[in-house]
Structures are given as C-alpha cells and as structure tokens.
Design a protein around this ligand. Structure first.
Ligand code: HEC
Ligand code: HEC
Length: 253
C-alpha cells in the first residue's frame, strides 16, 4: 500500500512529460532532412550570461531596440524574450559578417563573447509585448478566399504545407512561437510583422546566416530556414508574419 502513492506520482510525472512533448510529436513534419541542431558559437571562454551585467552593457541598444527590447519601430526587431544563445549567435554573425547588416556590424564590433551572453541574458529576461494579428477577410478570389488573413499563416504555422514540403513552424519554434533555448531556435512570438516578412523573403531567396564569404562548408552556416521557406507565397509570408505578431504567450494550446 505504501508504494501506491509513489507509483501514482511517478505515473503523473511520466504523463506530464508525455503531454509536454505532445505538440511537437503530433506535428506532421514533411521536410526531406531531419531537423538539424543549430550551430552555436563556442561557449568558452564565455560563461552563462549575467542579466544584470547585460543590462548595463545594453544601454547603446535602446535607441533602436528600446530599453526593454520591445522596439516601437518595426524596422528594428524586438529582442524582448529572445533567447540568450540565439542573441549571442546573431551578434557573433553580425560581427564577422556571417549576417550582413552594416548597422549591426558596427554595434556588435567591439563586443566580447561574454558581453554577448550577458546582453542576451538581459533581453531573455524581458517579455515580448505582442501586437495584433490582421483578421480582415480575404476577398481577392485567390486560393484563400473567405479566410481571415491571419488564418492562412496560423494553419501553416501549425501544420505546414505538406504538398510543398514546408514543415510546420511550431515543430521548431514551438506551439506558442516561443522557440527553444536549447538548440537556439529563436522566439518569434510578438515580433513586428514587417521585420518577419523581410526575413522570410530573405530565407525564401536562399538566404543563410553564418555563411562567410570564401569559406566552403562553413560550420556556422545554418541552412534550415532556406529549406523551410522556399515554397511560401508572398501572401502566405505576410499572413504568417501577421499571425506571429499576434501570438500571445497565453495562446498556449
Ligand atoms: C541604430 C539602430 C540599432 C542599434 C543602436 C542597435 N541595433 Fe540591433 N538591429 C538593428 C537593425 C536594423 C536590425 C535588423 C538587421 C537585419 O534585418 O538583419 C537589428 C538586429 C539585431 C539583432 C537580431 C535580432 C533577430 O531577431 O534576429 C540582434 C540580436 C540585435 N540587433 C542586437 C543589438 C544589440 C545587443 C545592440 C546594442 C549593443 C543593438 N542591436 C543596437 C538596429 C540597431
Ligand atoms: C527545422 C526547424 C525549423 C522549422 C520547421 C522552422 N524554423 Fe524558423 N528558424 C529555425 C532556426 C534554427 C532559425 C535560426 C537560424 C540561424 O540561427 O541562423 C530560424 C529562424 C527563423 C526566423 C528569423 C527570426 C529572427 O528573429 O530573425 C523566422 C522569422 C522564422 N524562423 C520563421 C519560421 C516560419 C514562419 C516557419 C514555418 C513556415 C519556420 N520558421 C519553421 C528553425 C526552424
């Protein structure tokens, strides 16, 4: 008898773990290659970021990204709630030219790996403020006639476009778009739609971050999103971006 409650507890733990896994497990993943792990910058000599130290180092970022990372101008991505290691990876890429942006190359130029992790930890500790998804009914006589604008993206986010080999976004970015800090799938939830549109078009055109000029088989290059976005139409990209901007953490199921 004494064993029973313990057994019950163990079952609950196992069931909870199984439930937590479920959204990813039921996702129809039709991509040709299995999801690869994102290459991350080597963590040494930098150790886990210190959010307090990062706050002090992020002062120069506020002009564009705002103090808490919730930028108000859509040309500057929101950093609030973004994962520490993803921020470190992007700053490393801006610094080395593996992600081509003259403004951010200048901003990242003098940062050490430890600065990047501290700044990453600071923005990771902030909360993204979501926007609003566009629910205008589509009336263009096209394939999505009659649907609400964001629903096209919602459907692709959750189920992909199996006929075209586009995997469900939530398989890697999570059902709520919060990403996964482990292998550094970025958080997308609440991001400005205009920024997301630009990035998805970049990926659709074969854009790759971490690829350095004249380096064959660059180990920093991440081709995942180029493989994901190749078959999205402009309308699907805009709808995905609208859905993502409206994703609230509370949309959790
Ligand atoms: C003068 C404006 C400006 C300032 C100041 C600035 N940034 Fe940026 N940042 C940008 C722009 C523009 C982009 C988008 C680049 C792109 O589209 O590739 C960006 C992108 C980023 C990204 C990539 C976000 C993502 O979701 O992929 C990170 C991380 C970032 N900035 C961090 C910082 C940090 C840290 C600082 C301070 C040290 C900083 N930025 C200062 C303009 C700025
Ligand atoms: C197999 C995993 C995987 C799938 C599926 C996936 N992504 Fe991604 N996504 C990534 C990774 C990894 C990155 C970061 C790339 C890097 O670090 O160079 C990323 C980056 C992004 C970015 C850039 C974020 C930023 O802050 O700049 C956007 C936008 C994005 N994904 C949207 C999507 C959408 C929309 C879908 C579904 C159509 C999707 N992703 C499906 C793995 C995935």
């Amino acid at each position: 008898m004494k064993l029973l409650p313990l057994f019950g507890l163990a079952t609950t733990v196992i069931m909870t773990a199984a439930l937590a896994q479920q959204p990813a497990a039921v996702t129809p993943s039709t991509e040709a290659t299995p999801a690869a792990v994102t290459p991350l910058p080597p963590s040494g000599p930098a150790t886990a970021g210190d959010a307090k130290a990062g706050q002090a180092k992020a002062g120069g970022c506020a002009a564009c990204h705002s103090v808490d990372g919730n930028s108000t101008d859509a040309q500057y991505p929101k950093l609030a709630g973004q994962h520490e290691r993803y921020i470190q990876r992007m700053l490393t890429n801006f610094q080395s030219g593996g992600r081509d942006n003259p403004i951010m190359m200048g901003m990242a130029g003098s940062l050490s790996q430890q600065d990047m992790r501290d700044i990453g930890a600071y923005f990771a500790s902030q909360h993204a403020i979501p926007g609003v998804a566009d629910d205008t009914v589509i009336a263009d006589g096209g394939p999505y006639q009659g649907k609400k604008f964001y629903e096209v993206g919602e459907n692709i986010f959750r189920a992909g476009k199996p006929a075209n080999g586009v995997p469900a976004c939530m398989a890697c970015h999570g059902p709520t778009g919060r990403g996964n800090p482990g292998p550094a799938y970025p958080s997308l939830a609440g991001q400005h739609a205009a920024y997301t549109v630009l990035k998805l078009k970049f990926f659709r055109d074969g854009g790759v971050w971490g690829q350095h000029k004249d380096v064959a088989n660059d180990k920093d290059a991440n081709t995942i999103m180029a493989g994901v976005a190749h078959d999205l139409t402009d309308q699907e990209i805009q709808s995905l971006a609208s859905y993502i901007e409206g994703l609230h953490p509370a949309d959790a199921k």
